[in-house]
Design a protein around this ligand. Structure first.
Ligand SMILES: Nc1ncnc2c1ncn2[C@@H]1O[C@H](COP(=O)(O)OP(=O)(O)O)[C@@H](O)[C@H]1O
Ligand SMILES: [Mg+2]
Length: 359
């Protein structure tokens, strides 16, 4: 919910090359509208009007991001094979044992992107997997496998976005992956409420305090952490309403202590997830959370014997990995190849993902 990240990436049989990247911040009013749409039960007025207005506005912003990306390179639109657009998630209701008809919903009208850029656009990547009984997430593991797998060393890739997910890349055997829990979403929301900033730069505020053990124990009780994969989650489960409910039954804590505890929640749950795979000896972080130095240090301290680095060490800046993954998924779709991994999402079979909007 911070910005639109766009990359220009060239794929050949021999590998890939990130040629350019561009980030377009989401304007405050749209960010506020998305935040309302993301919180179940918080829409006042006409929901249909609000959702589809935001969808259109996000589509315009995505088209602007592509224009900005191409402007940085001087690359003409007719040289681009396709755009893969994830869009902005406003609701994620995957199968979790209680949801009767699972769905997921990303906004950012692909018609708008294709019409304005003149480039074939592939979008709506998650819903086919959900229809086949899958989580619709995470979708990045096959891309991680294509670009980050090592023939002799077991690796893990940890993507710390709003939600954190991990991909396990054994040198031999099946690639797996799942959502671990909140990455930055609670950290960002708490900092916004107390300091009015969009995020805690480098995790400095959290690092200046010590986590509260009781609060951490209470947060770790969330049933999501105790479910077995395949699993995925979102802001529907991890939001300030949930945090406030946990805080309500404890003695009042200093705001900075809560921030430190939220950071500990992210690093503890990631650490616990990785400890289940002792053969993994290299861990690479990506997503905006890779810039949170305090988080990186906390995770390194937990996983003492392993390499902990960002994906920059493997040739892709952590900020551009997810965008690159959706470019790769668009390419799979255009070649008629399945993009989901049933071992990851739990879908009944592999399937071609998304819909193609011709230029
Ligand atoms: N310098 C930084 N210090 C700490 N956190 C950061 C920094 N830069 C980015 N982030 C975090 O990364 C998030 C954006 O990461 P991103 O991977 O784009 O997430 P999403 O996929 O949810 O948009 C920000 O909201 C913030 O929490
Ligand atoms: Mg982002």
């Amino acid at each position: 919910m911070d910005a639109v990240d766009a990359v220009l990436i060239d794929f050949t049989e021999h590998g890939h090359r990130v040629l350019a990247h561009h980030s377009k911040p989401i304007p405050d009013h749209l960010r506020a509208a998305i935040a309302r749409l993301c919180s179940p039960g918080h829409i006042e007025g006409d929901p249909v009007d609000q959702v589809w207005t935001a969808d259109r506005e996000m589509g315009e912003l995505l088209a602007d991001a592509v224009a900005g990306l191409l402007a940085t390179t001087g690359m003409p639109a007719d040289r681009i094979a396709a755009i893969g657009s994830h869009g902005q998630t406003i609701r994620h209701r995957p199968p979790d044992g209680t949801t009767t008809l699972p769905f997921t919903f990303q906004i950012g009208d692909p018609n708008c992107i294709a019409a304005r850029t003149g480039i074939t656009t592939v979008a709506d990547f998650r819903r086919r997997d959900i229809v086949l009984g899958g989580q619709g997430a995470p979708l990045v593991p096959p891309f991680h496998a294509a670009v980050f797998r090592h023939p002799d060393v077991d690796r893990a890739v940890v993507n710390v976005g709003g939600i954190a997910n991990i991909t396990l890349l054994p040198a031999r055997g099946t690639v797996s992956g799942f959502d671990v829990g909140p990455g930055n979403c609670l950290l960002d929301a708490w900092v916004k409420r107390h300091l009015g900033r969009p995020y805690d730069d480098a995790g400095a505020w959290a690092q200046a305090h010590s986590p509260d053990a009781k609060l951490l124990r209470a947060l770790l009780q969330h049933p999501f952490f105790h479910r077995l994969p395949p699993k995925s989650t979102g802001r529907e489960e991890f939001n300030l309403g949930w945090l406030d409910a946990q805080l309500g039954v404890l003695p009042t804590l200093e705001a900075g202590v809560v921030q430190a505890t939220l950071l500990a929640l992210t690093s503890t749950t990631l650490g616990q997830a990785l400890e289940k795979y002792p053969s993994v000896c290299e861990v690479y972080l990506c997503g905006g959370g890779a810039r949170n130095r305090a988080l990186l240090a906390d995770i390194s301290a937990r996983l003492k014997l392993r390499t902990v680095a960002t994906t920059a060490a493997l040739g892709i800046d952590p900020q551009w990995v997810e965008a690159a993954a959706f470019a790769w998924l668009a390419r799979e779709t255009l070649h008629g190849r399945p993009g989901n991994l049933p071992a990851v999402t739990g879908a009944s079979r592999p399937t071609v993902l998304g819909a193609i909007y011709p230029a």
